[in-house]
Ligand binder design. Structure first.
Ligand code: FES
Length: 177
């Protein structure tokens, strides 16, 4: 079922995506419902469950906790930690902080975009990879740097970054056979 992307649409005409199990949020709601300053912990919790904040979750939090849609949406769009779209299994974070920027981080992003046929911020069609530009990852001496999952890769070139991704693809296909 198609999801209505307009958050200000009246509740009774909102179409709900059948694939999202909103009951997974209930334990979070039970913990935070009556707590002050619960907006950010709730959004973080929702994102940790789904990998992003589904639109339906905003409406559920509005209905069950009483949080204003505009307030939640404002916070979720202000802080870069929050995602409003589904992400791939592997999130490729390419650092564009100052140290990485001067070491040609844009070449890393360009090479990955070219290899995966996606733009920055997008996810591959097979939902395997999401590409993101991020601020300093805290290991500037290794610039330019990218992170995939918990792994950090430094001193990259466009070619070596694409090689890392190809290796992940090989591991994935082995795991699926
Ligand atoms: S600027 Fe890239 S790790 Fe610090």
């Amino acid at each position: 079922m198609r999801i209505n992307r307009k958050l200000n649409k009246p509740k009774e005409v909102i179409e709900i995506n059948d694939e999202i199990d909103l009951s997974l949020i209930n334990p979070l709601i039970n913990i935070y419902k009556t707590k002050k300053g619960n907006l950010i912990p709730l959004l973080q919790g929702v994102q940790s469950i789904y990998g992003y904040i589904p639109e339906e979750a905003f409406y559920k939090l509005n209905k069950d906790v009483g949080l204003e849609l505009a307030a939640m949406y404002g916070v979720a769009t202000f802080y870069s930690q929050f995602r409003l779209n589904p992400v791939g299994k592997h999130i490729i974070k390419v650092c564009h902080g100052t140290a990485c920027h001067v070491q040609n981080a844009s070449k890393i992003t360009d090479a990955i975009m070219d290899s995966l046929k996606i733009n920055d911020g997008e996810t591959t069609e097979d939902n395997m990879f999401t590409l993101e530009s991020v601020a300093c990852l805290g290991c500037c001496s290794l610039a330019p740097v990218m992170m995939i999952g918990d792994e950090t890769y430094g001193k990259l070139t466009g070619k070596s970054s694409v090689k890392v991704i190809k290796n992940i693809k090989i591991q994935e296909s082995k795991a699926n056979n």
